[in-house]
Design a protein around this ligand. Structure first.
Ligand code: ZN
Length: 66
């Protein structure tokens, strides 16, 4: 007799338990909110890397002037 146990994963964004099945359409995230949050963080990270030198220049100028 084998009972099907639900697979539960942790939401990568907030760490909440997420049941890995069709009841969680946003898996591995617990909600659409967490899914969007993670995507925004990823997009920001990508943007930061591509514009890294400009960002650093602005930042160090600011530090030197203060
Ligand atoms: Zn979450």
């Amino acid at each position: 007799m084998t009972e099907k146990k639900p697979i539960v994963v942790k939401c990568p964004s907030c760490g909440a338990d997420v049941i890995w099945s069709e009841v969680s359409p946003n898996r591995p995230f617990c909600s659409e909110q967490c899914k969007n949050k993670d995507f925004i963080a990823w997009a920001n990270e990508k943007q930061r890397i591509s514009g890294d030198s400009n960002y650093d220049d602005v930042l160090s100028d600011d530090l030197e002037n203060n």
